[in-house]
Design a protein around this ligand. Structure first.
Ligand SMILES: Cc1cc2nc3c(=O)[nH]c(=O)nc-3n(C[C@H](O)[C@H](O)[C@H](O)COP(=O)(O)OP(=O)(O)OC[C@H]3O[C@@H](n4cnc5c(N)ncnc54)[C@H](O)[C@@H]3O)c2cc1C
Length: 481
């Protein structure tokens, strides 16, 4: 526990020349929120330090500091598990909320409002500290992470000591280095992405309905394209199709004959990880409802208003959503050489079955864990899903709370099945046994499962209310910048 009581915050003044770091002790920081001239200390950190000190006077022994990087499925779910009598919990994430990703596609077209799938990290009522920042580096020897605050008016750099570290920054969308994707396509990873998509769809319809717009331009604006035939791309296409046919068709009837939707995948079929019959069901549904499926097709290049396919065909678009799997974040890529190499070549952080990060020699590091999309278990490969991240978080929470090392058991995953919404109140459910429902009953199952899995009671109430409102009054079509 000595390391905790001796902890220091080293705050690097961004305005200072390199090398002139100011090291400030906890006590000094707690004494004065406004530090000496030239040293930048974000108020949140000063507050965190003073709070921590106050707490230290009320417990019988100093608590170890547990730093969790990330507030997604892995980080946030772990945060809710941890016994704060045993740890001073500190969560570092560039966003101060958790996103319930399975319902993100619906929120991108207004089937649900964004608030209904977000959980503010601080609202979770436990004595924890939160730092809105990107973790940019981890020093395993010094047991310290470096962060850059992610606030509109401040990007300060600071370091934070840990006794126990949990690495869970998720992953980024994989562009496969296709030129132009980052510049012109939209992704679907976070609330900000969903907002952009919703605004863009409505913008395309408004633009296409202007009197001076040419026929070619209308065709371009109303061609909605999605790249990636996995569950995210499929669910987004399904939700967008519902939005267009159920709501926009009433408001822009003259444009409906011009609307086109296309879903691309390089694989021979969509929903490649699902049972073949379910994938076929989804394909037939899309084709029947007018969504073109172009499998075995690779996008070579993305330009401002068109994509270029591998055979040279150019396809103009109004909206392009890129949902082609994941790749590692800058933070995880920066750990190469300091952690064990990923045996499957995906550059994830490799852990043992207790989720302890392995060092370059393959030995578990003490008190450093990784989970979620950024991590894999050396001899136990699992998909990058919320289901896996959630189960790992529940497991790790229980293990960290245990005081008896011998009681710790290896992690075992229990697959509960995969689901995807395919539009028009239909879904596919791929259970681990032989039961593979599709259609309306599967949709009821899909909705009720996600409703029951949503985290807070607030959202368990809001989600059905928004679903009901969208059904009765239609989705909101206001375009908010
Ligand atoms: C649209 C969509 C739908 C999905 N649907 C399903 C589904 O139905 N079922 C399912 O099982 N899975 C689903 N997934 C996959 C699932 O969301 C991911 O597997 C899951 O989010 C992984 O959890 P995570 O905590 O590792 O990452 P995330 O949930 O992405 O969280 C990562 C967190 O780390 C933070 N972070 C990032 N970089 C840093 C940094 N440098 N420093 C500090 N913090 C950082 C982020 O802000 C975020 O808070 C879906 C994904 C998407 C995008």
């Amino acid at each position: 526990m000595l390391s905790t009581t001796m902890s220091t915050y080293r705050v690097l003044a961004t305005s200072r020349p390199a090398g002139s770091h100011a090291a400030i002790t906890m006590a000094a920081l707690a004494r004065a929120r406004r530090p000496a001239v030239g040293v930048v200390v974000p108020a949140s950190v000063a507050h965190a330090v003073s709070t921590r000190r106050t707490m230290a006077t009320t417990v019988t022994k100093p608590k170890g500091r547990l730093v969790i990087i990330g507030s997604g499925w892995a980080g946030y779910k772990l945060l809710r598990q941890i016994d704060t009598n045993q740890f001073d919990v500190f969560c570092v994430s560039p966003r101060n909320y958790f996103v319930f990703t399975p319902l993100l596609a619906g929120s991108s077209v207004g089937t649900l409002e964004f608030r209904a799938i977000m959980e503010p990290v601080r609202q979770f009522n436990k004595p924890m500290q939160f730092l809105q920042a990107h973790c940019t580096n981890i020093d395993f020897d010094k047991r310290q992470i470096t962060c850059t605050t992610n606030l509109e008016d401040s990007h300060d750099t600071l370091t934070l000591d840990y006794d126990t570290l949990v690495i869970a920054p998720g992953a980024s969308t994989n562009t496969f280095n296709v030129p132009g994707v980052r510049e012109h396509a939209l992704f679907l990873k976070d609330i900000s992405d969903a907002r952009k998509i919703r605004a863009r769809v409505i913008e395309c319809f408004e633009h296409a309905s202007q009197p001076h717009v040419t026929h070619d331009e209308i065709d371009r604006l109303l061609h909605f394209q999605t790249v990636g035939g996995g569950p995210t791309g499929v669910e987004f296409s399904a939700e967008l199709h519902d939005f267009i046919t159920e709501d926009l068709a009433r408001l822009y009837p003259q444009l409906m004959p011009r609307v086109r939707m296309t879903l691309y995948d390089v694989a021979p079929r969509i929903l490649g990880a699902f049972d073949a019959k379910l994938a076929e069901y989804a394909t037939k549904r899309f084709v029947r409802s007018g969504v073109q499926i172009r499998t075995g097709t690779q996008v070579r290049n993305v330009e401002k208003d068109k994509i270029v396919l591998n055979d040279g065909e150019e396809v103009p678009y109004g909206l392009l959503v890129w949902a082609t799997g994941i790749t590692q974040t800058e933070l995880v890529r920066g750990l190469r050489g300091r952690v064990a190499p990923d045996p499957r070549g995906a550059h994830r952080i490799v852990t043992d079955r207790r989720l302890r990060v392995l060092d370059p020699q393959g030995e578990p590091m003490e008190n450093v864990y990784a989970l979620g999309d950024c991590a894999t278990i050396s001899d136990y490969d699992l998909p990058a899903t919320a289901q896996v991240a959630n189960q790992k978080a529940l497991y790790l929470g229980k293990q960290l709370n245990k005081t008896d090392e011998k009681a710790i058991v290896p992690f075992a995953y229990r697959h509960l099945g995969s689901m995807a919404y395919v539009g028009g109140w239909r879904a596919v459910v791929d259970m681990p046994n032989d039961i593979k429902p599709s259609g309306y009953s599967a949709w009821i199952f899909w909705r009720s499962s996600y409703l029951s899995m949503s985290v807070s009671w607030r959202n368990k109430c809001l989600i059905p209310l928004y679903w009901f409102a969208a059904y009765v009054f239609g989705r909101d079509v206001s375009r908010i910048n």
